[in-house]
Design a protein around this ligand. Structure first.
Ligand SMILES: [Zn+2]
Length: 112
């Protein structure tokens, strides 16, 4: 099982399978956050966090929620506003370093 947590531990995620690849996205927000995204179906990710544990920044025509730990400032994941959307992303930098280090990195050029 793969675990990811922010620095202070207020936000934790558990996933049964390691990512097949991680994405380094160069869009306007991702390059500033310095994140590596591991994409999953929302039902694959077990999120443990108090309801108010994260700050939510709505982006991409208000369709995506970028979640950041309110206590330690780590960006933890994004989720679609529409909870039926098939995809979310976990910040792979919150996993044990060996996990993203062993995973192919896809460079995504969005420049948006
Ligand atoms: Zn935290």
């Amino acid at each position: 099982m793969i675990e990811a947590s922010c620095h202070c531990g207020a936000v934790r995620m558990a996933i049964d399978t390691p990512p097949e690849e991680v994405t380094a996205c160069d869009c306007s927000i991702c390059r500033k956050l310095g994140v590596l995204w591991a994409y999953y179906a929302p039902q694959q990710v077990r999120l443990t966090a108090a309801p108010d544990a994260t700050l939510v920044y709505l982006w991409n025509r208000m369709a995506l929620e970028f979640h950041t730990c309110r206590t330690c400032g780590c960006t933890t994941h994004w989720a679609h506003v529409d909870r039926t959307y098939h995809r979310m992303a976990v910040n792979a930098r919150l996993m044990e370093p060996a996990v993203p280090a062993a995973t192919r990195v896809r460079e995504l050029s969005n420049s948006g």
